[in-house]
Design a protein around this ligand. Structure first.
Ligand SMILES: Cc1ncc(C[n+]2csc(CCOP(=O)(O)OP(=O)(O)O)c2C)c(N)n1
Ligand SMILES: [Mg+2]
Length: 529
């Protein structure tokens, strides 16, 4: 038994289900060997950033931690975007980097100060030594998951990972929940008693199954509408009678928000909101597991604790005066507003057709770009984390690596990755990862030969076209070169046939949707004003 075995055991008890990464030798190889001995699957990815994103996607689904490893220097530097993603998506992730043994005479080659590199995007950083490795890993896992979750970094030199395991090891228990002060209780009663139309806004900190149960019960009992942020889609299903649409601090949700006299933000982290001034006048109550920054949203009070527990504090409000039919009509109008007709195949048609065939069986991941608007508005989700998306960081190159994380967890269930062509270019190597791992991932690439979201911003400012045309790529040929089947779609009929074949495939496949991007400007105006 080596220190690497102890580390792997600690990871497993922290909820890690797969180790992702790109090894470079040294301590990485001991960790991979120990993972093999202890039946923790290791998945090789094409890039370190994708490894971190795959790991964080798993953590979002399981509620445990995710884990990845990289080599020293270039591997650590290459992981930065994925670790930054875990930081701003509030996900517990452990990243192990190889490093030179403390006993080496200070070689400069590939040497970076990893702790400094990760300092602004991790909760903690430590270098492992043989005597305390298991306890330090357990403490790091605890730190990653407690309070506001986030990534932690561990340097793991080869001589440590390979050393014989010392006896012992420590695990800590989570801290006790906080309770409401008498002052807070009084303030809360005033807010709740004065409200006739409270509106729930559910965010990323309320995605555990128990949270969803408590929130749904609350809505049914209190007869209140609820909006969800992108990351909380499914906590209140799109088909729920009190579903009031997506909340991002944009224009499209304003008609319902403005009617409310009290906003109850359940697990909403301001990192989820688009960076526009907060103009809503009614008080905003926050309920969540961690304290959030008040610079953007002027929270009237913050109630900290587990979601079911914090909801019980706001349960005693008087009867609400919402008209369910009117809320439903406005959600339908929102969906209409983002379904703008096009001469060719529109992105909204691709989303609607794909969701029609796949939403009831598959999990979905969404990339950053203009295609994200129809995806988040029109793809119905019925369970927490049924849709995975990078929102805090909003990074491109997310959907496919996240789909790899999700599909590795549950190999029987298909995952649909909705991605722009620019985003897929950033992580196209992961198509091969999906093939090697035989994952049931249906990648749908919105091929518009453009960085469309940036193009429409450029057009809105009446700037000449520059720096946004990607050029033409034969995505079907690229996908087939990895060994996966692929089908082009340029109209409703070819799309439907591609979807049918994709659903029947038992491994990864790709649909290249050749879309008409001309409606994106109107879609963006409908959502953001
Ligand atoms: C890593 C990264 N680089 C740049 C951006 C800025 N950005 C946001 S959307 C976008 C364009 C995305 O293009 P594509 O993937 O083709 O999607 P489309 O907008 O065309 O649907 C860019 C460049 C980003 N979010 N992430
Ligand atoms: Mg594009």
């Amino acid at each position: 038994m080596t220190v690497a075995d102890l580390i792997v055991d600690a990871l497993r008890s922290g909820g890690v289900r797969t180790l992702f990464g790109v090894p470079g030798g040294g301590g990485n190889l001991d960790l991979i060997a120990a993972a093999g001995r202890r039946e923790l699957p290791f998945v090789l990815t094409a890039t370190e950033s994708a490894a971190a994103i795959a790991a964080l996607a798993q953590a979002e689904i399981t509620g445990g931690a995710g884990a990845c490893l990289t080599t020293l220097g270039p591997g650590a530097a290459s992981a930065v975007n994925g670790v930054a993603c875990a930081w701003l998506e509030r996900v517990p992730l452990v990243i192990f980097t190889d490093t030179q043994a403390a006993s080496t005479p200070g070689f400069e080659h590939q040497r970076l100060d990893h702790a400094a590199l990760f300092a602004s995007i991790t909760k903690s950083s430590a270098s492992l030594c043989a005597e305390s490795a298991a306890a330090v890993v357990a403490a790091a896992l605890h730190s990653a998951s407690s309070g506001r979750p986030g990534p932690v970094h561990l340097d793991c030199p080869g001589d440590v990972a390979a050393a014989e395991a010392p006896p012992g090891g420590a695990h800590r228990t989570p801290p006790a929940e906080s309770t409401l002060s008498a002052d807070q209780q009084r303030h809360l009663s005033v807010l709740l008693d004065g409200a006739r139309k409270p509106l729930l806004i559910v965010g990323l900190g309320a995605r555990q199954p128990a949270d969803a149960d408590a929130i749904r019960r609350f809505l049914d009992r209190r007869q209140l509408p609820a909006m969800v942020t992108y990351k909380a889609k499914g906590v209140v299903p799109d088909a729920h009678p009190w579903f009031a649409g997506v909340f991002t601090n944009a224009a499209i949700e304003q008609s319902i928000v403005a009617e409310s006299d009290l906003l109850i933000a359940i697990g909403v982290d301001p990192v989820e909101l688009i960076p526009r001034p907060w103009r809503n006048q009614q008080p905003v109550l926050y309920c969540g597991r961690w304290r959030v920054d008040e610079g953007h949203v002027p929270f009237a009070t913050q109630i900290l604790g587990d979601i079911p527990q914090t909801l019980s504090h706001v349960a005693q409000a008087p009867a609400a005066a919402w008209n369910q039919r009117s809320v439903q009509d406005r959600v339908a109008a929102q969906r209409n507003a983002v379904s703008v007709d096009t001469a060719g195949l529109g992105a909204h048609q691709v989303v609607t057709a794909a969701a029609g065939r796949l939403a009831s069986v598959a999990r979905v991941t969404v990339d950053a770009g203009a295609h994200m608007f129809p995806a988040t508005m029109l793809w119905p989700v019925s369970e927490p984390n049924g849709m995975l998306i990078s929102n805090g960081l909003s990074t491109m190159g997310f959907a496919l690596p996240a789909a790899i994380g999700a599909a590795t967890l549950d190999r029987g269930r298909p995952v649909v990755a909705l991605t722009g062509d620019g985003g897929l270019l950033m992580c196209a190597g992961e198509l091969l990862t999906a093939v090697r791992e035989r994952l049931r991932i249906i990648t749908i690439v919105f091929n518009d030969a453009s960085l469309s979201l940036i193009e429409i911003k450029q057009q809105a400012r009446r700037l000449p076209p520059a720096g946004v045309a990607l050029g033409v790529l034969d995505w079907c040929a690229l996908a087939r070169s990895t060994g996966m089947p692929a089908w082009p779609a340029h109209d409703a009929a070819s799309l439907d046939s591609a979807l049918e074949q994709a659903l029947a495939a038992d491994g990864p496949c790709l649909i290249e949707a050749k879309i008409d991007r001309s409606n994106y400007g109107a879609t963006l105006r409908a959502i953001r004003g």
